[in-house]
Design a protein around this ligand. Structure first.
Ligand code: XMP
Length: 327
């Protein structure tokens, strides 16, 4: 019978054997897999592990704080946060094509992570300490199967996983979740005492809010979208719908404007799209039949509280033919 306690003990033993006295790094994305993988490695080798979190400015409200405060408090991992918002915004300036956005975000992410890793390698050398030899990856069993045992997957969209392996960095991989399914990873995370906001998190794409702004990505638009996204998430959680919903992308149609009326004035603002989906594995999905009252609350709050947004619309497309994300 499957038991999270014994899986943890077994993995800790293995990780110690593999890593020995060397140092190890791990890219945290804010998601479940990297968080649990890093927590296991930390339990095994303590401060031989350094985690790197890239804040690319495309995160949702509160995500950075959840990693920097809650996650660090519950695990005690050494964490380096890289502030890369401006770098990503500069790289994305003027770009509207979805595939190009994904490529740019992926490229900048790898660059940023590589630089941070290189700095750690050099620091270890300068100190004359143990070398950095290992990189932790939160690869799950389905990822292993899907890619035929190797790493990396082919998709319709050029997916990149935050925390993905830069090809020319020579680290040996530590993959403590390689035999596990998502539910098991969550159970282990809970057993290790990780915060529920991280362990219970719904899927969120590596390119973040960058692919939920239809049009150019700017700081102002990101701020609007963050507010709208936060409202939708709060209301869905308050209505007890987190279990039923696989995820609910909130999308800003930055290149579309429509006429509205608010107070005594005409407005000319942007629509926000709600994309609640139900799914087993994200390969196919159906749009979630949310209660009208919940939709009404989300719509009222977004149009009242988010400046520049004067309309909320609901996406009622399944996958296929629609994908879950809009880009
Ligand atoms: P689509 O839009 O292809 O999304 O139906 C399927 C699932 O994958 C997530 N997604 C991503 N996850 N990097 C990720 O780590 C990505 O580039 C990426 N693109 C989409 C999406 O949120 C959904 O859960």
């Amino acid at each position: 019978e499957w038991n999270s306690g014994s899986v943890i003990a077994e993995q800790v033993e293995r990780i110690r054997e593999q890593i020995g006295d060397a140092r190890v790094i791990c890219g945290l994305s804010g998601g479940v897999d990297s968080a649990v993988a890093a927590a296991l490695v930390h339990k095994a080798v303590g401060d031989q592990l350094t985690c790197v979190f890239v804040d690319h400015g495309l995160l949702r409200a509160g995500e950075r704080e959840q990693v920097e405060n809650d996650y660090v408090a519950s695990t005690g991992v050494r964490l380096i946060t890289v502030d890369a918002e401006q770098q990503f915004l500069d790289a994305l300036a003027g770009v509207t094509d979805p595939e190009q956005k994904r490529k740019i975000i992926g490229r900048e992410f790898i660059r940023t992570f590589e630089n941070a890793a290189e700095a750690l390698v050099l620091e270890a050398k300068a100190e004359g300490g143990e070398p950095v030899k290992f990189l932790v990856q939160g690869t799950l069993y389905p990822d292993v199967v899907e890619s035929g045992g190797g790493s990396g997957t082919a998709n319709i969209k050029s997916h990149h996983n935050v925390g993905g392996l830069p090809e020319d960095l020579e680290f040996e991989l530590v993959e403590p979740l390689r035999t596990l399914f998502k539910d098991e990873v969550r159970a282990i995370g809970r057993e290790l005492g990780l915060p529920e906001v991280i362990v219970g998190r719904q899927p969120f794409p590596g390119p973040g809010l960058g692919i939920r702004i239809i049009g150019e990505v700017t700081r102002e638009r990101l701020d609007l979208l963050r507010q709208a996204d936060q409202i939708a998430r709060d209301e869905l959680t308050a209505a007890g719908l987190d279990e039923e919903i696989w995820q609910c992308p909130v999308v800003l149609l930055a290149d579309v404007r429509s006429v509205g009326v608010q107070g005594d004035g005409r407005t000319y603002g942007h629509p926000i799209v709600l994309r609640p989906v139900s799914s087993e594995d994200a390969m196919t999905a159906d749009w979630t039949r949310l209660p009208y009252e919940v939709l009404a609350r989300i719509s009222n709050r977004i149009t009242n509280q988010v400046p520049g947004v004067n309309r909320v619309v609901l996406d009622v497309t399944s996958k296929p033919p629609g994908t879950i994300e809009w880009e």
